[in-house]
Design a binder for this molecule. Sequence first.
Ligand code: AP5
Length: 243
Amino acid sequence: MKTSRMAAAKRPRVDLNRAVIFLGPPGSGKGTQAKVLADRYGVPHLSTGDMLREHVSRNTPLGAEAKPIMERGELVPDSLVLKMVAQRIARLDCKRGFVFDGFPRTVAQARYLDDLLERRGFGRPSVIHLVIDPALLLRRLTGRRMCKVGGEIYNIYDRPTKVEGRCDNDGGELVQRPDDREEVVASRLEAYEKQTAPLVAYYRQRGVLHDVDAAKSVEEVGQQVRRSVQPARRGIRRGKVRS
Ligand code: AP5
């Protein structure tokens, strides 16, 4: 997890103390917003897509199994994803909460997570549902470029870098994800509709879902996200907030 000095200075005097889940179709802005929110509260940004891509690049047994599935734009089996997530949130840096991006993605994953959160002493999660017209997604996905060094996300149409092909933060090379090709994007959107969209009703029934208009600018979406997340105040003792 990378937390900039400026983000730390702007960090609110409150702890997140929960899991925040970003739910939305590919390209709706989960990664963009999850990174900002996690930075703001100084907690880990947990992207199961990034974790799986890391396994693929290191050619681990998990990565070898996941690679062809991801290239087809399908979901990796729950059995592989759940163990990876359970191990990650058991780490010390997740004590004050964390932000999920791309997890859970099936009802089975959501049920497993409910159980895991309860066992680890966290309350109910806050779920940010990024609502967007599917027509906007193709442009966002095919235009996306990622920094190979720090993972910063850009878009050749809407968020270009100052120097073409180079990250504004660290000068790292920008690359396109293999699954952002137009033909794979269609399979990813189909997988979302079939396997992940039912989670909207799942979390709405539990009263933890916040709808956010994801068609707005990154800054406006960020404002809606911040309003939706109501964290516990840090250091409350006998009704007073410690400075
Ligand atoms: P994953 O990496 O999670 O990809 P995804 O869900 O398809 O989502 P994306 O990362 O493509 O989009 P995003 O919503 O994060 O948008 P972003 O912020 O980047 O998963 C990849 C694969 O891994 C899956 O297909 C599956 O195989 C596997 N996998 C992962 N998790 C799994 C799980 N739990 N179970 C099983 N399999 C799993 O933004 C996109 C672009 O839009 C960027 O260029 C950005 O700059 C731009 N943008 C963002 N917000 C705005 C805005 N408000 N206005 C204009 N442009 C914007």
